[in-house]
Design a protein around this ligand. Structure first.
Ligand code: F6P
Length: 321
């Protein structure tokens, strides 16, 4: 009897998720498995939104942003009774293996299902790059590029008006989006959860920059640092005398066609996930380590702490003012 494997996407969507779903479905079919998709993440699983698909189902999606399987957040999935409903739906279709694409929350769901007998494999898919067990998460590169495109535009008008602009980017509690896009844009200040800067120091630095030759400045800030960035920039204007504006890039950061890097990593992860199932693995997630894909137990992965990323920030001090 052929193996029956299902795939779902969960949590915040990320560019490259479609490329990953494509790789899972196509490599599964090539290996002789029956392949299923689940719509709307764990919510759809509990509701039985399950469909068997063929290889054509994933045609022409490698370049598309978002997730054709749609996604949802289901906090109730922590409850035993809800998990049992999910297991029942899978067993009604004869599905014994589930590949989930998402972040830590998605992994937690997979670990619980594994305890109830479903073979689960997690693939890191989130723009945040905030999963400790991998060096890279699908969607991060596209998101960084999107932020850069936006900052390029904001730079034009900031320069013309000789202002200061604070740009708030996503990342949940992780500063990587701010850090990497900030380095790529050569901005004057990068403020992240790993490297917060006291308000007084922010004011001083901006005043000293304005006193020099360069009359405008850009600051990239991780979300959740300032409860209200618009209120904060009012304070910056008051304290420094520099006309300061704020932009929250918001959900546009999650959209768009994936970069080639995201398509390639997503494809590698998708193929590796199916292979892990065929090898009899369960309750594992995949991570990139020195460019190679490795398998890690999900509970161990969830217990890992992300190393703080100060190195890059220290290095660019040699380049920036
Ligand atoms: O996890 C991805 C992410 O985009 C975070 O960067 C952000 O904090 C969060 O999701 C926003 O979630 P929602 O789309 O549910 O508002």
């Amino acid at each position: 009897m052929s193996k029956k494997i299902a795939v779902l996407t969960s949590g915040g969507d990320a560019p490259g998720m479609n490329a990953c779903v494509r790789a899972v479905i196509r490599s599964g079919i090539k290996s002789g498995c029956d392949m299923y998709v689940i719509y709307d993440g764990y919510k759809g699983l509990v509701e039985g939104k399950i469909e068997q698909v063929d290889r054509n189902f994933v045609s022409d999606i490698i370049n598309r942003g978002g997730t054709i399987l749609r996604t949802a957040r289901l906090p109730e999935f922590k409850e035993d009774a809800i998990q049992k409903m999910a297991v029942k739906q899978l067993s009604d279709y004869g599905i014994d293996s589930l590949i989930v694409i998402g972040g830590d929350g998605t992994y937690r769901g997979a670990a619980e299902l594994a305890k109830k007998g479903v073979h689960t494999v997690g693939i890191p898919g989130t723009i945040d790059n905030d999963i400790a067990s991998t060096e890279y998460t699908i969607g991060f590169d596209t998101c960084c590029n999107t932020i850069c495109e936006c900052v390029d535009k904001i730079r034009d008008t900031t320069t013309s008006h000789q202002r200061c602009t604070f740009i708030e980017v996503m990342g949940n509690k992780c500063g990587d989006l701010a850090l990497y896009s900030g380095v790529a844009e050569g901005v004057e200040m990068i403020i992240t959860p790993d490297d917060p800067i006291e308000d007084e120091k922010v004011f001083e630095k901006l005043k000293s920059l304005k006193g020099g030759k360069k009359k405008h400045s850009l600051v990239i800030v991780s979300e959740k640092i300032y409860p209200n960035i618009f209120e904060f920039v009012k304070k910056v204007t008051e304290k420094t005398g520099i006309e300061t504006r704020a932009e929250i890039l918001g959900h546009l950061q999650r959209g768009g066609s994936p970069t080639s890097k995201d398509r390639i990593e997503a494809t590698r992860f998708g193929i590796a996930a199916v292979q892990a199932i065929l090898d009899g693995e369960s309750s594992i997630c995949l991570g990139l380590h020195n460019g190679k894909i490795r398998r890690i137990n999900i509970d161990e992965a969830l217990a890992m702490k992300r190393p703080e990323n100060h190195e890059l920030l220290e290095a660019i001090k040699l380049v920036n003012r």
